[in-house]
Design a protein around this ligand. Structure first.
Ligand SMILES: NC(=O)c1ccc[n+]([C@@H]2O[C@H](COP(=O)([O-])OP(=O)(O)OC[C@H]3O[C@@H](n4cnc5c(N)ncnc54)[C@H](O)[C@@H]3O)[C@@H](O)[C@H]2O)c1
Length: 321
């Protein structure tokens, strides 16, 4: 078995809770080194995942350990430089969402990755949730999907991401945008949106209808000023309708003329642990599989440009400017 040597930048929340727990389970991965600016986090994470080499300077880490791939897991306003440096060294790169602050940044990243033949991936984990994948494969049998909906609600009307470095839609609701693209199954043909600031000086509700060239209609319904965190999806094809809540302990309900089928999140994932039920384990496995098989990951930087461009179109195509 060929092992992939991966170096890690970031010893924060997502690294410790979902990504490194996934990576340490893979027999075909060596975690060669870890870097973080904060010594206490660096040492605690290195100890937890038994990573021998630790650094506070990612450039020195890459030079000293010559990995073939790098995870860069940090807030979006600090992402661009370490990603571009890694790509410039010809390394494969995994990052969390959002992929960048702007369309310009992600285009620069995608362009350098293509030029240097680097495999890249953005952790748009909703696409890798076992329940979402299972339901989509069932709906696709009656496919193509002709109508789909991404709903994402929170109760955080004045949410400020990274001290205002990035907006709600680009930073967080982009999960719903990217999943809509995945379900809609094609290129975006047209967009109309309605955006509001409910009880806040900042825009916190983004609604859109998206026409895909597959013929599908996609609906985006996001609002950070309502009852609670609710993140649900609909997929419809001829003669089949699926309503999916992929949260831990929840389920999908699929309607056809043969009756109703229910699938639970945990059963389909074969786990009660959120890093497995919510797609994080699967997305990491997909990245490593692609490196091993010389394939381009599904949510590579060039694909991520399209999700960031859809975000931009949602801002640009308001019905009530
Ligand atoms: N997919 C999801 O559902 C989901 C959920 C939450 C967060 N996220 C995303 O994950 C990303 C990371 O979030 P987090 O909460 O894990 O962040 P975090 O702030 O907990 O961790 C980031 C770490 O990076 C380190 N760091 C910053 N700059 C560095 C540098 N130059 N060199 C080395 N280390 C550096 C910090 O010291 C910190 O330990 C964010 O973009 C966030 O939006 C995704």
């Amino acid at each position: 078995m060929t092992k992939t040597n991966i170096a890690l930048i970031g010893a924060g929340g997502m690294a410790n809770s979902v990504h490194y727990p996934s990576l340490v389970e893979f027999e075909d991965v060596n975690l060669v080194a870890l870097c973080d600016l904060v010594e206490s986090k660096l040492q605690a994470t290195a100890k937890q995942f038994e990573i021998e080499n630790t650094f506070t300077d990612y450039k020195k880490m890459i030079e000293a350990t010559s990995p073939s791939a790098v995870y860069v897991l940090m807030p979006p306003q600090h992402l661009f430089e370490p990603v571009m440096h890694s790509l410039a060294q010809g390394l494969d790169v995994f990052i969390e969402k959002p992929p960048a602050l702007t369309v310009h940044q992600i285009k620069e990243m995608a362009s350098l990755a293509e030029k240097n033949d680097c495999k890249t991936m953005v952790g748009f984990n909703r696409r890798f949730i076992p329940l979402m994948q299972k339901v989509k494969s069932i709906v696709d049998q009656n496919g193509p999907i002709i109508q789909c909906m991404s709903t994402f609600h929170k109760n955080s009307p004045s949410a400020l991401y990274y001290n205002g470095a990035i907006d709600v839609l680009t930073c967080d609701a982009i999960h719903a945008v990217d999943t809509l693209r995945w379900m809609g199954g094609g290129e975006v043909k047209a967009v109309a949106s309605d955006i509001n600031a409910f009880g806040s000086e900042r825009e916190n509700s983004f609604n859109a209808i998206v026409k895909f060239d597959s013929g599908a209609s996609g609906y985006l319904c996001t609002n950070w000023a309502v009852g609670a965190r609710i993140h649900i999806f609909e997929m419809h094809a001829h003669g089949i309708s699926a309503y999916i809540n992929p949260d831990l302990g929840e389920k999908a309900v699929i309607h056809t003329n043969k009756g109703i089928q229910e699938l639970t999140t945990n059963e389909v994932a074969g786990s009660d642990e959120q890093y497995k039920t919510y797609g994080f384990y699967n997305e990491n496995r997909h990245f490593v599989d692609c490196l091993q098989k010389n394939l381009l990951p599904e949510t590579n930087f060039t694909d991520a440009v399209k999700s960031m461009e859809l975000v931009k179109k949602i801002y640009q195509n308001r019905i009530d400017p």
